[in-house]
Design a protein around this ligand. Structure first.
Ligand code: ATP
Ligand code: MG
Length: 497
């Protein structure tokens, strides 16, 4: 163990089964060893050849053909020839004597196919023949490189943040506004509700963190900064950027509904974030206005991935008990065995209607009531509009209800026919014909006047989440002062946990 660990693996085959003792090796390397001179010179030649074989890949990582890993499959044979006599003759002595340069991790990273090395463009480098990537790189090309993983570090303590105020308590977490003690930046901390957990860390929370890490890079997804922990095992917090508003609170509190141009901007951003999630094989499964955050600069961010999960092709078995009732697609309500990205697009359609109307479009009191509300708005479905409808598990239990056609157009009279076409495309009964996020984002509705408003031109509203609600201030004028006291005294840290 110790020996193999102390010797670089690529040196071992060279030494071979008849590896010499250190003394012999020294004598070979030394200039005054006539009896071994011949053998020594052949060993040195073999080493020169071997070391070229080893060095070539390092040259590659310095930029010869790192951009074309497929060449590596062909090049080893060519390199085999290159290591032969004609190649060694053409190799200049100075080149042979140049020691292998240690390559920093940064250089290796820059040579990966994703990030082509800028030096490839340099003329001097371009004249070199292509060479294969190193063996270890070929072996691991299917797995992400080590540098693409986040570094594994222990979680920091929640006491790295100072609590400012409570924002909201949801079904799966309590959200606080807090200030980072190191940077003074403001963040939102979501404390996961783990008190009831009997079976360890819940899979839903793992999925939420995974989804935020994967999709959080998109500008319309809330993102994640880190996970921090309290003193006990059930005190786990997701640290996210703090966003001033959620659309639900905003729709309730704002004096005037959103303008058409603003709705277009919000919808484009929402569809862009959803498209990114779907492209990365993530279903959100709980899109609704209270899970959509809006910055004071008009940037929408999708939040709350508590019900999100990865999907695949073929679809894995997934629970039907997802999506908040008012935003739940008919295939879920009617017990379809399989569902996919279309469930998120139905929710997007419901959100579009809510932005237009100022309140949730179909507010069912239970599943049957919700199905009834859908049928009343969109008409009674049948095999023509939704192939396979009659064989859905729960259809037999339903009484026929609703008009034979959609009354969507009457409900949203302010919408142009293009806007109506988009809404109807999102609220299509047949999931296979429902618009995808990509298709919806390119809909002509977004190109007709009034054009989408630039996010920077959005009006700013008092942020309830930041304790700026006017009537609250009137009721309890000390609230912001309290927040300062918390910061100044460093008191009340326990109230986090
Ligand atoms: N990053 C954030 N910045 C500001 N406010 C936030 C942030 N994240 C969440 N909130 C607020 O907290 C509320 C609850 O958060 P979230 O939806 O993540 O919790 P939940 O327990 O999963 O909720 P739900 O009841 O929808 O399942 C949101 O509706 C929003 O008002
Ligand atoms: Mg939520």
């Amino acid at each position: 163990m110790a020996t193999s660990g102390s010797t670089p693996p690529h040196i071992q085959p060279e030494a071979g089964p008849s590896a010499r003792s250190p003394a012999q090796r020294n004598s070979v390397a030394g200039p005054s060893s006539p009896q071994l001179a011949e053998e020594g010179s052949s060993v040195i030649k073999r080493r020169a050849v071997k070391s070229r074989k080893i060095r070539r890949p390092d040259d590659v990582s310095l930029g010869v053909d790192a951009e074309e890993p497929s060449q590596g499959d062909v090049a080893p044979q060519r390199n085999g020839g290159a290591a032969g006599p004609s190649r060694s003759r053409s190799a200049s002595p100075s080149r042979r004597s140049v020691p292998t340069r240690p390559i920093s991790p940064a250089v290796r990273r820059s040579a990966s196919p994703e990030k082509p090395d800028k030096r490839i463009a340099e003329p001097a480098e371009r004249t070199r023949p292509p060479a294969p990537p190193p063996r270890f790189a070929r072996r691991s090309h299917l797995a992400p490189s080590r540098s693409s993983h986040p570094p594994l570090l222990p979680c920091r303590s929640v006491y790295s943040y100072t609590r400012l105020n409570h924002i909201e308590e949801g079904t799966y977490g309590v959200v606080f506004r807090a200030r980072c003690n190191d940077t003074n930046q403001i963040f939102a901390l979501k404390k996961l509700k783990l008190e009831e957990e009997k079976q360890g860390f819940p899979i839903t929370s793992l999925r939420e963190i995974m989804a935020l890490m994967v999709a959080g890079e998109h500008p319309n997804v809330v993102g994640i900064r880190e996970i921090v922990v309290g003193e006990t095992l059930n005190q786990i917090f997701i640290v996210m950027p703090f966003i001033e508003h959620d659309l639900k609170t905003l729709l309730t509190d704002m004096p005037h509904p959103f303008l058409q141009s603003e709705i277009k901007t919000l919808m484009i951003q929402l569809l862009s974030g959803v498209a990114y999630c779907h492209a990365n094989w993530i279903l959100h499964r709980d899109l609704k206005t209270s899970n959509l955050l809006l910055t004071n600069r008009g940037q929408l961010r999708i939040a709350d991935f508590g019900l999100a999960r990865k999907f695949g092709d073929p679809l894995p078995p997934m629970t039907q008990l997802v999506v908040t009732l008012w935003y739940r697609a008919p295939e879920l309500l009617l017990g379809a065995k399989e569902y996919s990205t279309a469930v998120d697009l139905w929710s997007v359609g419901c959100i579009f209607g809510e932005l237009l109307g100022g309140e949730a479009m179909m507010q069912g009191r239970g599943e049957i009531d919700q199905i009834g509300k859908i049928f009343m708005l969109l008409g009674q479905p049948n095999e023509d509009v939704w192939p396979g409808y009659n064989s859905l598990p729960l259809v037999k239990n339903l009484n026929p209800i609703g008009p034979p056609f959609s009354v969507l157009r009457q409900r949203f009279k302010q919408l142009t026919s293009s806007g109506h076409n988009l809404l109807a495309g999102l609220l299509m009964y047949d999931p296979a014909r429902r618009l995808s996020a990509d298709e919806a984002g390119k809909h002509p509705y977004f190109e007709e006047t009034p054009l989408p408003k630039h996010p920077d031109l959005f009006a700013s509203f008092p942020s309830v989440a930041a304790g700026e609600r006017r009537h609250r201030l009137l009721k309890s004028p000390l609230a912001p002062v309290n927040a300062h006291r918390v910061e100044d005294d460093g008191m009340d840290l326990e109230s986090f946990v």
